[in-house]
Design a protein around this ligand. Structure first.
Ligand SMILES: Cc1cc2nc3c(=O)[nH]c(=O)nc-3n(C[C@H](O)[C@H](O)[C@H](O)COP(=O)(O)OP(=O)(O)OC[C@H]3O[C@@H](n4cnc5c(N)ncnc54)[C@H](O)[C@@H]3O)c2cc1C
Length: 418
């Protein structure tokens, strides 16, 4: 599971986790149980994780000692090159705590940004930006969304980058840029082409060090749930000049690269949501066996049992979807449809599971003393970021209907396993 290899022959379905990956997963789980979960109690304000940075640094030292720090990076950058499938399983374990992904330096958006740099960066860009990211000396952000346009449609984006001699000059406004406050480097999606017919091919990725004059975090609005270090600020980009060599990948390939980055990123999120879902399901089950009403344990009420059963089924389907999709990605097989279906289903299952857990907990489900309310809030945004549900449904349906128009079965658009 850790390295790409030829897909098993037909009929070779095998859910065994190889011994080397099992060992990594056991170490990650022990780390989360023994160091990360106990550290949650030290976090004064879960909505201000930047203030908890000394705790995160201490946990990172622990992760390094256990040999599980930056597992997604190649050895050269301090990791051990674990694949998408292995990372999916690690992310499930990390999903139980808001601190865990940060502790192994594989949190969003940095994990995706590191992959993007690895995929498209020049040697100089890797040494200048990936190296300090890998070592945890800086954080990063990915700046695509804009406040004034419907950013689900990338061809709406208005931020421009114009060549002036040996420099790019950028202008525009971004918002909802996770980790943007305090990030050292930003990967900015900017319009570099002017040919309307080129559509998304007009956009490129440009690396902008955030201490460049003209780059300004204008404000950091409060968001429901999803408490990233560095918030989701509005960023004003006013005549920001960077060297021409800060282009990441080729001109006009911004969305081609972003699309590749998103497969792993969406699966990483999906697995973290599964981890969080598992945590609230465990809390809900414990709650039901510890309280009585109307003369019997709450766990004996069939209406509540059905909630537990529905959440267990949502979780099982979610896990299988992520693993199958990650397996396809890792073996270089077509996976766009599977990623869209998995992202949509798992984000929505997460919402249902968190909602049931709130209901089962009664008032305690709303109080922020327990993690249930925070996880419920986090779940809501999962249906919006990394492609909103409606946009993924549009893509999923289009694939199925294209097959039907060709007179073919929709099977290959519906997760065919044969
Ligand atoms: C927690 C969080 C973190 C984020 N982090 C980042 C980040 O780090 N970097 C970044 O660049 N962005 C980030 N975003 C922004 C996110 O990528 C956008 O919110 C998302 O792409 C949707 O764009 P929009 O908000 O402009 O919605 P809009 O494009 O205005 O869409 C509004 C609604 O209309 C629906 N819609 C759009 N088109 C159609 C259609 N054809 N048919 C049916 N319905 C449609 C959408 O699904 C959505 O529900 C983050 C968002 C959240 C919530």
């Amino acid at each position: 599971m850790t390295t790409a290899s030829a897909p098993p022959a037909s009929g070779g379905l095998d859910f065994t986790i190889p011994a080397d990956l099992r060992d990594v997963l056991d170490r990650v789980r022990a780390f989360v149980d023994e160091e990360v979960l106990p550290a949650e109690a030290e976090v004064v304000d879960p909505e201000d994780l930047a203030a908890a940075w000394p705790i995160i640094e201490r946990l990172r030292d622990g992760a390094r000692e256990r040999g599980i720090y930056t597992p997604h990076l190649p050895e050269r950058f301090g990791g051990f090159g674990i694949g998408v499938l292995g990372m999916s399983l690690i992310n499930e374990i990390c999903g139980v705590s808001m601190l865990a992904s940060l502790a192994i330096n594989a949190m969003a958006p940095d994990e995706g940004n590191m992959h993007t740099l690895l995929m498209a960066g020049t040697e100089e860009q890797l040494e200048t930006w990936l190296r300090p990211l890998a070592e945890g000396r800086i954080r990063s952000c990915f700046a695509m969304t804009e406040p004034d346009v419907a950013s689900s449609d990338p061809t709406n984006l208005q931020t421009t980058a114009v060549r002036d001699g040996d420099e790019w000059v950028l202008n525009g406004t971004k918002w909802c840029i996770s980790g943007g406050d305090g990030a050292g480097i930003a990967i900015v999606v900017a319009k570099t082409g002017t040919d309307d017919a080129a559509g998304h091919r007009n956009y490129s990725l440009i690396l902008v060090p955030t201490d460049t004059p003209g780059w300004r975090v204008a404000r950091d609005p409060e968001f429901m749930g999803a408490h990233y270090v560095g918030g989701h600020p509005v960023i004003e980009i006013d005549n920001v000049r960077v060297p021409a060599s800060n282009l990441l990948g080729n001109e006009g390939e911004g969305f081609v690269i972003a699309q590749k980055r998103l497969a792993g990123g969406r699966l990483a999120h999906a697995m973290r949501w599964i981890g969080a879902s598992q945590r609230v399901l465990d809390l809900a089950a414990e709650r039901l066996i510890s309280r009585t009403a109307f003369g019997k344990e709450l766990a004996e009420q069939q209406a509540l049992q059905f909630m537990i059963a529905d959440s267990a089924m949502d979780l099982y389907a979610s896990r299988l979807m992520v693993l199958h999709t990650a397996w396809k990605v890792e073996h270089g097989m077509p996976h766009r449809q599977e990623v869209a279906m998995t992202k949509t289903f798992v984000s929505e299952a997460f919402g249902r599971i968190a909602d049931r857990a709130v209901q089962i907990h009664g008032a305690a489900g709303i109080a922020k003393d327990l993690p249930v309310a925070r996880i419920y809030e986090d779940a809501r945004s999962a249906r919006i970021y990394d492609g909103a549900s409606e946009v993924h449904r549009m893509v999923i349906a289009r694939t199925c209907l294209q097959l039907a128009r060709k007179g073919e079965s929709t099977r290959s658009g519906a997760g065919d396993l044969t």
